[in-house]
Design a protein around this ligand. Structure first.
Ligand code: CP3
Length: 356
């Protein structure tokens, strides 16, 4: 049965929110700010819930994912909420055994190691096996402040393929990259399956009520520009081409200083910047066709408040009030970040940019 997405109380308050205006590169009353991993272990409310349930259960129980998502957005006073989930959830319906081990992060027990292993990666026909995520989106949308946009997300195919091949985190991605260099045909089949599955998954989040989507290509910066162009860009272009065009998409990666224009050409209305680039210089290179998101070093949140304020001021100066800047970190919040500094950061961005 097809359950229609609940309509927000007033669609215009969402459409006119600073976050969605910035995605469209329209002037907004303030520079919108949200933070990657804004719901996580640095927050006491999250730790208390996590003491009782496993991480995967948090992701798979819509009422708990809703509590985590909405609490983080409310405690911080951010301009967008992000769905609580994980980029690796998509691997289970594709046939991978996924586990989050204590202290060691994610583990995939049946990784792809040889060309022939790609045959057992099942195509995703519908988003139904990930229905708990669409249920969470509907439930979050119903519980969230009606003026706060909700961001859905997925891992980008390269980053998810790294986990599927390495079997977990990695420093140099030598298994994944060796696979790619050794067997380009099988690599392209794997990437194509991930593209199709990711499009179905993200579009199901939009149908359930998400106002924007972000693709996390967190590890793509390990590639040279030439290899990005050959092994990743065609797949990303096809993925963006399959996304529901009614919502903006954020294209994020780290260590991407030399890949930014190639990422822009692959797709996305907003390009994510990490802290290794100067925001103004990166935006000049990207040009006026895209909005930008970023780019405070997450470790700056461990610094004293005056230093945080200086660095926030510098980023806002570089943005120079140009429409289309979404303030964020250059990567996710770290688990030991002081929560009072995070709240102070949100207030600083709002105070420094309120244009009434
Ligand atoms: O941003 C948000 O608040 C939404 C939730 C979110 C999580 N993971 C929750 C999470 C998002 C957007 C992600 C994305 C994600 N997951 C990425 C890309 C983001 C990035 O940092 O670039 C990656 C690489 C993963 C895979 C993943 N999930 C790893 C490597 C780990 C273990 C490392 C760690 O921090 O523990 C996770 C677990 C995870 N995902 C946690 C959270 C809150 C911690 C789980 C716990 O409670 O122990």
């Amino acid at each position: 049965p097809i359950v229609p997405a609940p309509q927000p109380a007033s669609p215009d308050v969402l459409r006119d929110s600073p976050f969605l205006k910035a995605c469209r590169r329209e002037p907004a009353e303030i520079t919108p700010v949200w933070l990657m991993r804004q719901a996580g272990r640095y927050m006491s409310e999250y730790r208390e819930l996590r003491a009782k349930v496993s991480f995967l259960d948090l992701c798979k129980r819509p009422e708990l994912a809703t509590e985590v998502t909405v609490t983080a957005a409310e405690v911080l006073g951010v301009d967008a909420a992000i769905l609580f989930a994980d980029i690796l959830l998509i691997l289970e319906p594709l046939g991978f055994q996924l586990e989050f081990t204590k202290g060691e992060g994610p583990a995939i027990h049946n990784p792809v190691r040889e060309a022939g292993d790609v045959d057992r990666v099942r195509p995703l026909q519908t988003a139904e096996p990930l229905g708990f995520v669409a249920d969470a989106v509907r439930s979050i949308r119903a519980a969230l402040n009606p003026a706060t946009p909700l961001i859905g997300f997925a891992g980008a195919p390269f980053t998810v393929a790294c986990y599927a091949i390495e079997g977990g985190g990695s420093r140099h991605y030598e298994k994944a990259k060796a696979f790619m260099y050794r067997d380009e045909g099988a690599w392209n089949v794997l990437m194509s399956r991930l593209v199709d599955a990711t499009a179905i998954y993200l579009n199901s989040q939009v149908a359930a009520g998400a106002q924007a989507v972000q693709l996390f290509d967190s590890w793509v910066g390990t590639l040279s520009p030439a290899d990005y162009r050959r092994f990743v860009q065609p797949h990303m272009r096809r993925l963006f081409g399959q996304l529901d065009p009614s919502v903006p998409s954020i294209h994020f990666g780290t260590d991407t200083g030399l890949l930014l224009t190639l990422q822009r050409d692959a797709g996305g209305s907003v390009i994510g910047l990490d802290w290794r680039v100067e925001l103004d210089e990166a935006w000049d290179r990207l040009g006026p066709s895209v909005a930008v998101q970023g780019n405070l070093d997450p470790v700056v949140l461990f610094a004293p408040l005056p230093e945080i304020e200086r660095q926030v001021g510098r980023i806002l100066d570089q943005a120079g009030g140009r429409p289309g800047h979404i303030f964020n970190l250059g990567h996710g919040i770290l688990p030991k970040t002081p929560v009072d500094h995070v709240r102070a950061l949100i207030d600083m961005v709002h105070e420094k940019t309120s244009r009434n």
